[in-house]
Design a protein around this ligand. Structure first.
Ligand SMILES: Cc1ncc(COP(=O)(O)O)c(C=O)c1O
Length: 292
């Protein structure tokens, strides 16, 4: 989080217009990069000073904790669990899509340290999702999440996970494929603008590349660029998010091969034009066709 920008925003904006401040760990729209403990601590202090609740989007809390252990001074001897506990201690609450570091097939949760708010949320939950003891989830999925958040902190699992993601990133970048560096935790992000300089942003280079990877080898990726963010897009990225505990090294080698074969004939790729867009979150359901 840009502390200067946050401070300016908190000082210049009516408090009623800021219900909370949220940090996503790791950063899912900017390369899967981790957030440092120092940054989280500083954001928390700033939020407390201004009386604004501080929440964490905790989807990838375990990967973030592992990166802190590897990279941030003072954390090398701490367990990922102890680091995660410190990270959460600075927040007032969190949201969690447990399909990520919860290792579950479905589900998630919302936490808060505000008892009054928790009561309101539980009351609303009964109207919208289900009783507070299950929140619309099956018991087996709750069990999976309870186990998953612990297993995600296992040091051997984390080491394999981060190494395997970096392996993919390093293999393609050694051959010249432009990626966000250094490789992130859950995904490799290809820079589609640099990969396909012949396709302007208005013709969605990230979607063109994602479609080609699928046609070439059945690889499913997602654009994070002009289709997702329209005029606010700062980059044209293709995210290759890697499911946890699914792929072996030979699967990853196959992904490398497919990306490199598209890379070799990148000059043939053409842009796309939208034929359908929903009024909000258009990237989820958009339809596109090749530009003639
Ligand atoms: C950081 C982050 N937050 C929230 C979500 C939303 O998760 P869900 O689709 O389970 O609601 C995602 C999904 O990709 C995510 O990456």
């Amino acid at each position: 989080m840009d502390l200067g920008a946050l401070q300016t925003l908190l000082e210049s904006t009516d408090r009623k217009r800021i219900p909370l401040v949220m940090i996503t760990v790791t950063n899912n729209s900017g390369g899967g990069q981790p957030v440092s403990m120092a940054n989280i601590r500083a954001v928390s202090a700033l939020c407390r000073k201004h009386g604004v609740p501080f929440y964490i989007d905790a989807c990838r809390f375990a990967e973030n904790a592992y990166f802190i252990k590897l990279r941030e001074p003072g954390y090398a001897d701490k367990t990922p669990k102890a680091i995660a506990q410190e990270l959460f201690s600075y927040a007032d609450g969190c949201t969690m899509s447990a399909k990520k570091d919860g290792m579950a097939n479905i589900g998630g949760f919302l936490c808060t340290n505000d008892d009054r708010l928790a009561q309101q949320e539980k009351d609303l939950l009964i109207l919208t999702e289900g009783y507070p003891t299950y929140g619309g989830l099956a018991g087996r999925d709750l069990e999976a999440i309870a186990t998953g958040v612990q297993e995600a902190l296992d040091i051997d699992y984390l080491n394999y996970r981060i190494t395997s993601t970096a392996y993919l990133g390093n293999k393609i970048s050694e051959q010249g494929v432009p990626i966000v560096q250094p490789p992130g935790g859950h995904a490799i992000y290809i820079d589609a603008k640099a990969f396909l300089p012949q396709i302007p942003a208005g013709q969605f280079p990230g979607v063109a590349l994602a479609a080609e990877l699928y046609l070439e080898g059945g690889i499913r990726s997602v654009e994070i660029g002009s289709l997702m963010f329209a005029a606010a897009a700062k980059m044209e990225l293709v995210r290759l998010a890697i499911p946890r505990r699914v792929y072996t090294q030979s699967h990853i080698d196959y992904v490398v091969e497919i990306i490199l074969s598209v890379w070799e004939r990148r000059s043939e790729l053409r842009g796309l034009r939208l034929t359908y867009e929903a009024p909000f979150l258009r990237h989820f359901t958009a339809r596109l066709e090749p530009v003639a």
